[in-house]
Design a protein around this ligand. Structure first.
Ligand SMILES: [Zn+2]
Length: 219
């Protein structure tokens, strides 16, 4: 049979019409090129660990991983001012009483291994002139968590951000974290809870205040 395939680009000089295979919707922070680049790199990783990236279960893995990174690392595109968005209020509150927001669950990724660490953040502050809307503190925790991090810096960044945004008399943050790079790799210590704290203002000097905070969060 001489049923040959037509050449894609004919010898008659016609260029074939390219079809758009997929419209990638660029997200605000990762435009089309970064996502495609990450997909290519995940494909390479699959190949290089001895997998077949074309087999059924893996075909869409580079795409899924690239999208997941966009979600887990969305904090790079966020800032404290837009999160707070003016939600600062004058509220009658006892002199030097603290506002505690406990058990804020967070998920972050360690910058050394790009493996997740998860846990809870506990935050307290003594209001200065104003208090901040309750929902804002977990969102600020999330913003910094959704970047490549080490737990110590994450703790400090949350504390510094709250200090400069709320201008409290004092702020204290305690983070608990379970690191999968510790439980999965050589150390093999499961369930180890790492705790980090940072304190500013009156919490630095007032041990009684710190004690009250630790009691309130059950530590
Ligand atoms: Zn790690």
């Amino acid at each position: 049979m001489n049923n040959t395939l037509a050449p894609e680009s004919g010898t008659n000089g016609h260029k074939h019409t390219s079809t758009v295979m997929e419209v990638r919707k660029p997200s605000a922070h990762l435009m089309i090129e970064p996502r495609a680049a990450i997909e290519d790199n995940i494909y390479q990783i699959l190949l290089n660990v001895g997998e077949n990236p074309e087999r059924d279960g893996l075909q869409r893995t580079p795409h899924r991983v690239a999208k997941m990174y966009e979600e887990l690392l969305e904090g790079y595109a966020q800032d404290v001012t837009s999160i707070i968005n003016g939600a600062m209020f004058d509220v009658e509150y006892g002199e030097d009483e603290m506002v505690v927001v406990a058990d804020i669950e967070y998920g972050s990724m360690c910058e050394h291994h790009m493996l997740p660490f998860t846990g809870k953040a506990h935050v307290a502050y003594i209001p200065g002139e104003k208090v901040v809307g309750l929902s804002k503190i977990p969102r600020i925790v999330d913003m910094f968590a959704r970047r490549l991090q080490v737990q110590e810096r994450l703790t400090n960044e949350i504390t510094d951000a709250l200090e400069s945004a709320i201008k409290p008399k004092g702020v204290i943050v305690l983070l608990e974290g379970q690191h999968s790079c510790a439980s999965l790799r050589g150390v093999k210590k499961h369930g180890v809870n790492m705790m980090t704290t940072a304190k500013r203002g009156v919490f630095k000097t007032d041990t009684q205040l710190r004690g009250e905070f630790f009691r309130m969060i059950g530590k």
